[in-house]
Design a protein around this ligand. Structure first.
Ligand code: DNO
Length: 346
């Protein structure tokens, strides 16, 4: 496996120098952040990320995310042009040496939490989710204080989008995903890029919006749409793991050759559809990190791994989920876990 770390660009307080000082770190996971979803990234911007990383001895082989604009998910008249643009980004990134692109197909919202600074008994704070709190909110009423929502929508845009999605059920979303994959995956194959869809977080529908990358059956359906290696997934343990019915070890065993990117993160169940994020090691939460890593290694996994969200510890303030300290602890834990498992296997 190759250990990587998310970097939010020049304004990220977690600098490339800090990232490069984490033991066994091989590269960054990043993106061009100043182009709106649907736009084409300039070769200069891509080269700038790559060169900045190289100056710190880091590779830039993983992009997270090339966002999929809503028009593609809605399959409307703008979709064909935007899919062309998406393909052009895949080409440019492939030419620049990017080997894996993480993206998601979640309508309107990306990850969603009910609390950003949930206090824990040891003085740390972390992201938390309580379905009751989330469902009590009316997204059309304007009380949009929930974190994780794309702040770039105006209230009017958001209302419009939610209305438009009322006519798009799960099956229509599957069709629009199919159109997208059938155009993008051949380009990814040609340019040596593995596409890795990120599961929906949390893995269930919200506010009447369909969510489809949620469980084993649906992931199998997804992989069958274009049954080639380049059409793969990001196994995000915290996202899929939010539903205790998802057997992550089984998924790791079943899908290993199509898992190109692993997001390792632990969560602790605190009720029905209620959880909080915790430290990465297995004993801290409800997810068997060792079991998942072992299943992947046993099946020959050699993809990219990154520590996902960390808690805020040691007084750190920063981007929610993306401070330095706890993610760095997670990184060294992951390195140790894989070293042991990989050596045992030999
Ligand atoms: C959250 C991340 C997600 C992820 C996207 C991928 O921290 O795991 O925002 O980057 O869903 O497209």
């Amino acid at each position: 496996m190759k250990l990587t770390f998310r970097w939010y660009g020049k304004d990220d307080p977690v600098t490339l120098e800090k990232i490069s000082q984490i033991p066994t770190m091989t590269g960054i996971v990043s993106a061009v952040y100043d182009v709106k979803p649907g736009g084409v990234w300039s070769n200069e911007s891509i080269a700038e990320i790559k060169n900045s990383a190289l100056e710190h001895g880091l590779e830039f082989e993983v992009v997270e995310s090339v966002p999929v604009p809503e028009d593609i998910k809605l399959g409307n008249k703008n979709a064909p042009k935007l899919i062309d643009n998406y393909c052009e980004n895949v080409r440019r990134l492939g030419k620049a040496g990017v080997k894996c692109i993480c993206y998601n197909f979640m309508p309107v919202f990306d990850w969603l939490r009910s609390e950003l600074e949930h206090q824990q008994s040891d003085g740390a704070n972390a992201l938390a989710y309580d379905d009751k709190t989330v469902r009590a909110m009316n997204p059309l009423g304007g009380d949009l204080s929930l974190p994780g929502w794309d702040a770039s929508y105006t209230k009017e845009e958001l209302c419009g989008l939610l209305k438009t999605y009322e006519s798009i059920g799960e099956e229509q979303l599957w069709k629009n995903l199919e159109t997208f994959l059938k155009a993008v995956i051949p380009v990814a194959e040609e340019y040596g890029v593995n596409m890795a869809i990120h599961p929906d977080d949390p893995p269930w529908g919200l506010f009447g919006l369909p969510r489809i990358i949620t469980n084993k059956e649906n992931i199998q359906r997804f992989l069958n749409i274009v049954p080639v290696k380049n059409n793969g997934i990001t196994l995000c343990t915290g996202s899929l793991g939010a539903n205790p019915e998802n057997d992550l070890i089984d998924m790791a065993n079943t899908f290993a050759d199509r898992i190109h990117f692993l997001h390792l993160r632990n969560i602790k169940y605190t009720g029905d559809k209620k959880f909080e994020e915790v430290g990465h090691p297995t004993p801290c939460g409800s997810i068997d990190m060792y079991g998942i890593a072992k299943a992947l290694v046993d099946n020959g996994f050699d993809g990219y791994v990154r520590p996902d969200h960390g808690r805020m510890i040691w007084g750190e303030k920063g981007r929610y989920g993306y401070g330095l300290f706890d993610r760095a602890l997670g990184a060294t834990y992951i390195a140790g876990l894989f070293e042991a498992i990989e050596k045992e296997k030999k």
